[in-house]
Design a protein around this ligand. Structure first.
Ligand SMILES: [Zn+2]
Length: 198
């Protein structure tokens, strides 16, 4: 899991940069990003900038790893600056020092965070960023989630299962499924849950 951030000094310059930095100082205590025309312009530029830098970093990674890394990238915005940053789940372990140097050389910011997450937990970890609320909060026309070509998030297989709600006391349901019931959980002598396969 890789987090990549930006440095505003590499996106804006001159009076634009000065205004952005001043407004950032004013907004810091309020914990909200300034939405004036100048700051918003820089914030919008940061989206294209981070995508460009990430695309270059992928070329570097491809060369280093000998294969194109598979990834899911989620675009987010820093609360106080409004600048884009990326949370990326990838199938390769990436050396932090290497990534930090490469990211900065390619136009990225100071902060590169890398942590190893267990493959089984990757889904839970990512879903935090993939909540409906988050996906809907993207500026118009901006894709929040991008993936390597090999990954298709919207791919849905028809379910093998059909769900049905049975409204009855759990003790009675256990009697019905007695033959195949397993993982029976009791709490204070009361039946709490069980699993069964028909
Ligand atoms: Zn501003």
């Amino acid at each position: 899991m890789l987090t990549l951030t930006l440095d505003v000094r590499k996106i804006a310059s001159g009076s634009e940069l000065q205004t952005f930095l001043e407004h950032f100082q004013e907004h810091k205590a309020l914990k909200t990003a300034c939405r004036c025309a100048t700051c918003e312009k820089v914030q919008v530029q940061s989206i294209a900038h981070i995508r460009k830098c990430w695309s270059k970093l992928r070329v570097y990674l491809h060369r280093k790893l000998g294969a194109a890394p598979k990834y899911v990238a989620v675009l987010e915005f820093q609360k106080v600056t409004g600048l884009a940053h990326l949370h990326i789940a990838t199938d390769h372990w990436i050396d932090q020092a290497w990534a930090k140097e490469a990211w900065q050389a390619l136009g990225g910011g100071q902060h590169v965070d890398i942590r190893h997450i267990d493959a089984h937990r990757a889904g839970a970890y990512l879903s935090k960023y993939l909540s409906k609320e988050l996906l809907l909060s993207a500026p118009p026309g901006v894709r929040r989630v991008t993936t390597s070509r090999s990954i298709h998030l919207d791919e849905k297989k028809p379910s093998e299962y059909q769900w049905e709600v049975i409204k009855a006391e759990i003790d009675r349901i256990l009697i019905i499924f007695r033959e195949s019931a397993n993982q029976v959980v009791l709490s204070d002598g009361e039946l709490e849950s069980f699993a069964a396969r028909e």
